[in-house]
Design a protein. Structure first.
Length: 86
C-alpha cells in the first residue's frame, strides 16, 4: 500500500519537479518570483491528472483474476509444491 501511495505522490509532484528543473536550467534570476507568479494552478491540475491516470492504469493493468482461489504451498509425497491459483 505504501508503494502505491508513493507512486501516486511521485506522479503528483512530477509537474512541479519539471517546472523547477525548467526554472533552474533557464537564465531566470528571480526564481522565487516565478513560483509565486507561475502557473501553480496548471501544475496542480497536471499533477492531479497524472494521479487519476495512474490510478486508472493501476486498476486496469494490476487487476487479478478474482474468480480463482489460492492453493497454499504444500509437501506432497516428499516433494515441495509451491502455492498457486486455480
Amino acid at each position: 500500500m505504501l508503494r502505491v501511495f508513493l507512486a501516486q505522490l511521485f506522479l503528483f509532484l512530477l509537474p512541479f519537479l519539471g517546472y523547477g528543473l525548467f526554472l533552474w536550467l533557464s537564465a531566470h534570476r528571480k526564481q522565487a518570483d516565478m513560483w509565486t507568479k507561475g502557473p501553480l494552478a496548471w501544475l496542480t491540475l497536471a499533477g492531479l491528472s497524472l494521479v487519476i491516470a495512474g490510478m486508472v492504469i493501476m486498476a486496469t493493468v494490476g487487476r487479478s483474476d478474482v474468480e480463482k482461489s489460492y492453493r497454499p504451498s504444500e509437501i506432497r509425497d516428499g516433494v515441495f509444491v509451491p502455492g498457486r491459483f486455480e
